[in-house]
Write a protein of this length. Structure first.
Length: 279
């Protein structure tokens, strides 16, 4: 079936879970493609569901794929709060409002930590989950240059994309990362530019993106961690800690891949995910 962007109801408290009972959620936008049982995909910080469209395309005849935009990203609403309890509650609400039942869930980086929180605190909506290149531990904030590059864009004053590239290059030297960040730069109806990222909220809450998962949180569902061999996000010590904390967890490594595993070695990542999800 063709891609479809959907939003649901006005913001309201979460439907359940262990977090604050009156937590305010937002209605998440999603691109929905394919047919079959639901598989929900969560992107990383500064990204959107569209980042995963190419990777999951071969699965469209076997799964209905829900490519979510998390709060303050893509086409989803902006909100001053950006932490894992709220991110997870938004996702749980989306799953429940769409009557998806217990879904297969996968997330990359920030989306992976969000997936862990959904499984731990809203277990009724998750059947199994895959976490891509992130561990439950704390990470030192390291996105300052990316935020500076996004700030430098000043979309209302942009004349063209070449100018956007030039402005961001003053802060972000890596061409691939610049291209990734610029995917959130979109045209407005009047021909101008807008940024589909809430930079204010990201800047104010970037420390929350790296925060460790509560050591008391438990997950009972089948669980797969996948790391890129060239990435330092999941170390050998992290693997040992993951297996001690989640005895059912599998940890797989994809060769020739850094943090953006699905871009660097999509075939290698698919080879790990497809058996786990029964694809």
């Amino acid at each position: 079936m063709a891609g479809l962007f959907i939003c649901l109801h006005p913001s309201r408290p979460s439907l359940g879970g262990t977090f604050a009972p009156r937590m305010k959620t937002v209605e998440l936008a999603a691109r929905v493609v394919g047919q079959g049982p639901p598989l929900v995909v969560l992107h990383g910080v500064f990204g959107s569901g569209d980042n995963w469209g190419t990777f999951v395309k071969p699965w469209q005849d076997r799964r209905t794929l829900h490519l979510l935009d998390l709060r303050n990203h893509g086409r989803s609403p902006w909100d001053g709060t950006l932490d894992y309890p709220h991110l997870a509650a938004d996702v749980a609400r989306y799953i429940e409002d769409n009557a998806l039942g217990a879904v297969q869930l996968m997330g990359h980086s920030m989306g992976g930590k969000t997936a862990l929180h959904v499984a731990a605190y809203h277990p009724q909506v998750v059947a199994r989950l895959a976490v891509i290149d992130i561990a439950p531990r704390a990470y030192t904030p390291h996105h300052q240059a990316y935020l500076a590059g996004l700030r430098a864009l000043d979309p209302p004053t942009l004349q063209n994309r070449a100018q956007a590239e030039e402005r961001m290059a003053r802060h972000v030297a890596n061409v691939g990362i610049r291209q990734f960040l610029l995917k959130s730069l979109a045209r407005t109806e009047d021909g101008g530019f807008t940024l589909r990222l809430n930079v204010d909220a990201l800047e104010a809450n970037i420390g929350q993106v790296g925060i460790a998962m509560d050591a008391a949180a438990s997950i009972g569902q089948p669980l797969l961690f996948v790391r890129g061999a060239l990435s330092d996000y999941i170390s050998a010590q992290d693997e040992a800690d993951i297996k001690a904390r989640f005895p059912q967890a599998q940890v797989a490594t994809v060769a020739d891949a850094g943090h953006w595993v699905h871009v660097d070695n999509p075939a290698g990542l698919a080879a790990e995910l497809e058996p786990f999800f029964g694809l």
